[in-house]
Ligand binder design. Structure first.
Ligand code: MN
Length: 234
């Protein structure tokens, strides 16, 4: 790695963002956050895409966009249409390049549940203009997530209900067995394009039912075997 390591900085270095791990005092340090787009057929259709024709695609959020420990999600500036996207999150424990499908799960440390919060109006403007999605996706506090559950405890879930309620009302519902690109495929595909490293997170895509939230709403997500996420819109 061609990264200069120093303990002598001209300004204070940013803190390492670190996610709690269920049952452990040690935390999971975050390096990069990859997000898969349109990875459930019903969501691809609701966004106006053909789920059968598109290869997987990825965008990134920033480690310091995470909201941890059940903190509120502050309603972001510059948007009048902020959407929830509940997603299973894959935490990479061991990096690599060109990771073969059959070995991909060996690279997973654990799993969590996250929200890919989206300024949909700004994202739609980006799509229309053929511009990158960052302003719609990678804003402050845009990625609430739960503690990580180690794979040594939960295994590698390939099915199980995932849902999101807002103020007690069911908005999104799917099953992990509906993922178009499965976890090993995401890892194989990503590691062919980038070098994965321990500390990377992959938000695996959202089931259908994405919709707007407003200040005061309480989002409650659930994923079988992985846990429960609660985030109030501040
Ligand atoms: Mn998403």
């Amino acid at each position: 790695m061609n990264v200069a390591v120093s303990t002598n900085f001209v300004i204070a270095p940013p803190a390492v963002v670190a996610v709690p791990v269920r049952g452990l005092a040690a935390r999971f340090p975050v390096r990069r956050i990859y997000c898969v787009g349109r990875n459930y057929a019903a969501h691809a259709i609701e966004m106006g895409s053909d789920p059968n024709r598109e290869p997987p695609f990825f965008f990134q959020k920033n480690p310091d966009n995470l909201v941890l420990g059940g903190a509120d999600f502050p309603y972001p500036p510059q948007s009048k249409n902020v959407h929830h996207e509940i997603e299973m999150v894959v935490a990479i424990g061991k990096g690599g390049r060109d990771i073969p499908l059959a070995r991909a799960l060996d690279h997973v440390y654990g799993y969590a549940l996250g929200l890919d919060m989206t300024r949909r109006d700004l994202q739609e403007d980006c799509k229309k203009g053929g511009r990158p999605w960052e302003i719609g996706k990678a804003f402050e506090h845009s990625a609430p997530m739960t503690d990580i559950v180690p794979a040594s405890e939960v295994g590698h879930p390939d099915h199980g209900e995932i849902w999101l309620k807002v103020n007690g009302e069911l908005r999104q519902k799917g099953d992990l067995n509906q993922l178009i690109w499965k976890v090993p495929e995401m890892i194989a595909y990503l590691s062919a394009a980038f070098e994965l490293q321990g500390g990377d997170l992959i938000f695996s895509g959202t089931p259908s039912g994405v919709a707007a939230i407003k200040r005061g709403d309480v989002m409650e997500g659930h994923c079988e075997g992985i846990g429960r996420l609660v985030a109030k819109v501040g």
